[in-house]
Ligand binder design. Structure first.
Ligand SMILES: Nc1ncnc2c1ncn2[C@@H]1O[C@H](COP(=O)(O)OP(=O)(O)O)[C@@H](O)[C@H]1O
Ligand SMILES: [Mg+2]
Length: 448
């Protein structure tokens, strides 16, 4: 597959060579030069420098291709000005068409995606990278879908029926890193009671996903670089050289370029890993995808929990659409599972985790000021504001009470020294179902 778009190729580059082929040749040249023994060192250095320049130029082409794409979608988004800008209708259709085109090309994606231009760009890059064996670096905040994207790249390539091995580089203690990645020989160190193969060997012919690559200590980086260059490994404590053919996809939530400038990440490894670079936007930068994700996860949770998809009150829906999601898609997914588990037919703000739940009184009083309460009108008078606040305080009191007694109305009535039927009436007034709190207690219990 040719990675660059012929139409966008500068006139000076007319060769139909693919990125994959070109970069591979350069890399062969670089390693040959690096290990050559019959040239004088100054000559080797000079040639190495030239090769590095050449590689950077090739990577520049890739950037240019992305720039052209980004510019055309930015143009589409900006829409109005300029002679070359497409008409408004065209502008609106473009992302939809890009999305449609991906689906028509049978692009496999195990999730959902809408028309967000930045996400579409990431998916298009992944689609082009998938059939090559080029290393891919995926960056984005935690929970933006990096691992999912790595699986998508694997699934759309020729290694799809081969292993996909995931390694969290941040979760392995330094002392075990080498053995985890490359395996060990029996007796190599205390506790090595058997021969063991490492993740690279397990990923042979398939894909190895190196998550949180920015956490890899410098010693590990050197070893990884060697594998990338030679496609060979040695188990700890063994002299035997084993060839491995694993496609590398790495992910990070750090800025590796900055890290390499600061000397904490090897620059040569960074270039090796980031031949193709995919950036996933934070969820707050693709708010337009939220409605789709809400219904996707609500269906997913419903089928897992064997229930009907949960309905959302307008104010909860409004909250979900405007919330910032520091934990990105993972947080949204967890929220939808939580709501589906805790709520009866319909979920409301009460079923949100305490730490993100908008304060009810504040919400009612300043309803029209905050986005989360945008569906609630500003009270017309002070007395109405007071009444609304008191209502909300009553509601919050009842919900907290029910939470504490695990949804047993009789127990709450006893604790508050209230008439049970009066309490029932108040619950009814607020549309609170005691059974929702029984579920809540079970769910909280099952977590620990
Ligand atoms: N576009 C999407 N559609 C559906 N689910 C998604 C999407 N993106 C991410 N997810 C889900 O969100 C969760 C977090 O994604 P993950 O790939 O683990 O993120 P990261 O590796 O960046 O922390 C996973 O459950 C993943 O399946
Ligand atoms: Mg992850």
């Amino acid at each position: 597959m040719k990675l660059y778009n012929q139409g966008a190729t500068p006139a000076s580059v007319t060769s139909p060579v693919s990125f994959a082929g070109l970069i591979e040749k350069i890399e062969i040249l670089r390693s040959t030069l690096r290990w050559a023994s019959r040239l004088d060192r100054p000559e080797i250095e000079k040639l190495l420098k030239q090769a590095t320049t050449l590689r950077d130029e090739v990577m520049g082409l890739s950037h240019k291709e992305r720039f052209v794409q980004a510019a055309s979608s930015a143009e589409a988004a900006a829409g109005s000005a300029g002679e070359s800008a497409p008409p408004q209708q065209e502008v609106e259709r473009m992302p939809r068409e890009r999305r449609q085109a991906l689906m028509e090309r049978s692009f496999i994606f195990e999730g959902t995606f809408g028309d967000n231009p930045r996400l579409l760009e990431a998916l298009e890059i992944a689609e082009k990278a998938a059939p090559t064996d080029l290393p891919v670096l995926i960056d984005g905040e935690s929970g933006t879908g990096k691992e999912l994207m790595a699986k998508v790249i694997h699934a759309n390539g020729s290694r799809t029926d081969k292993p996909f091995i995931s390694v969290n580089c941040g979760a392995i203690p330094d002392s075990l890193l080498e053995s985890e990645l490359f395996g060990h020989k029996k007796g190599a160190f205390t506790g090595a009671s058997n021969d063991r193969r490492g993740k690279f060997e397990s990923a042979h012919t398939g894909t190895i996903f190196l998550d949180e690559i920015g956490e890899l200590p410098l010693t590990g980086q050197v070893k990884l670089l060697r594998v990338l260059e030679a496609h060979e490994i040695q188990r700890v404590g063994s002299d035997e050289i084993i060839s491995v053919d694993a496609r590398i996809v790495a992910a990070t939530n750090k800025d590796l370029r900055k890290m390499s400038e600061a000397g904490t990440f090897r620059e040569d490894l960074f270039y090796r890993l980031s031949v193709i670079h995919v950036s996933l936007p934070a969820l707050r930068e693709r708010h337009d995808e939220i409605p789709l994700l809400v219904s996707y996860f609500s269906d997913e949770a419903a089928s897992m929990l064997k229930r009907a998809p949960v309905r959302l009150t307008p104010r909860l829906r409004d909250f979900l659409l405007h919330y910032d999601y520091p934990g990105n898609i993972r947080e949204l997914r967890n929220l939808m599972y939580r709501l589906s588990c805790l709520a009866g037919d319909t979920a409301d703000l009460a079923q949100l985790p305490q730490d993100i739940r908008p304060r009810p009184a504040a919400l009612a009083v300043v309803g029209s000021m905050g986005s989360a309460g945008a569906d609630i009108a500003m009270p017309a008078s002070l007395s109405e504001a007071k009444r609304a606040a008191s209502d909300e305080a009553e509601r919050a009191f009842l919900e907290r009470g029910l939470q504490e007694v695990g949804g047993t109305v009789a127990e709450l009535a006893r604790r508050c020294d209230m008439n049970r039927s009066h309490l029932q009436m108040l619950l009814k007034k607020h549309g609170i179902h005691s059974k929702d709190f029984r579920a809540s207690r079970q769910a909280d219990g099952s977590k620990g």
